[in-house]
Design a protein around this ligand. Structure first.
Ligand code: PLP
Length: 229
């Protein structure tokens, strides 16, 4: 299957999921996760109409895709280390994985020209040990603390659901993230509008959309996973 065909199928499914819950498909942004694929495939995705690309490793995001940097909005979806922040903000527009104050502090220190980095706070809704992210109770106090870092704008919350056979199983986790996002949005924090939800991957994006996802992160079902085999 080509990326173009995959995207057509995905768009149909997005439209169906949106229709079910009376949402506008234009409110769902597809982030094509290119971590497993070559630059040629990433270019194919852009040609097919994808505007947003996601990488979980800095070196991949920066070197491999150097020549298409300006053709896409870049999302960093991996785990961040303080010493890599400088490189990260150079190449990426969004970061989906803020979970430590030290990272916000580092962004504040490194950012230039009054730029702001759009960030999602990563939440581990189900408490899976293998996943990073804050527990749901930690999220509000954490966001309150980030008010002092002007370079970091909290646009929303992000989660990675457990990988399960039946995506219905993870619906409660997506719903819980949305409830938390709405609670934070209702506080009207100037530094944290928190209007967005980054949730849903290849195997569960329709359920995520039904529960309010505004950014879905799609790797294998869209661009494939050449490197994973
Ligand atoms: C790899 C990855 C994805 C995409 O996964 P697929 O199941 O291939 O769609 C999404 N989000 C994050 C954080 C990832 O690391």
């Amino acid at each position: 299957m080509s990326v173009v065909n995959n995207l057509e199928e995905i768009r149909t499914r997005i439209a169906q999921a949106c229709h079910k819950v009376d949402r506008n498909p234009n409110d769902v942004t597809i982030v094509a996760v290119t971590k497993y694929v070559s630059i040629e495939t990433a270019k194919e995705a852009l040609k097919a109409g994808i505007t947003d690309l996601g990488e979980n490793r800095l070196e991949e995001g920066m070197n491999k895709f150097d020549d298409i940097k300006h053709d896409a909005t870049w999302h960093f979806i991996g785990t961040l280390q303080s010493r890599k922040v400088k490189e990260m903000i150079h190449a990426f527009d969004f970061v989906h994985s803020i979970e430590r104050e030290s990272i916000a502090k580092e962004i504040e220190k490194r950012v230039e020209d009054g730029r702001t980095i759009s960030a999602f706070v990563q939440v581990n809704v189900t408490g899976e040990e293998s996943k990073s992210g804050l527990t749901p109770d930690e999220v509000l106090p954490f966001i309150e603390k980030l008010a002092e870092y002007k370079a970091v704008r909290i646009v929303g919350l992000m989660t990675m659901a457990p990988h399960v056979e039946d995506p219905e199983t993870v619906r409660p986790a997506f719903r819980a993230l949305r409830e938390l996002q709405q609670e934070i949005a209702s506080k009207n924090f100037a530094h944290a509008p928190c209007t967005e939800l980054s949730m849903g991957m290849s195997n569960d994006y329709e359920v995520a959309i039904e529960e309010g996802a505004t950014y879905i992160r799609l790797g294998s079902c869209l661009v494939g996973n050449e490197k994973k085999g």
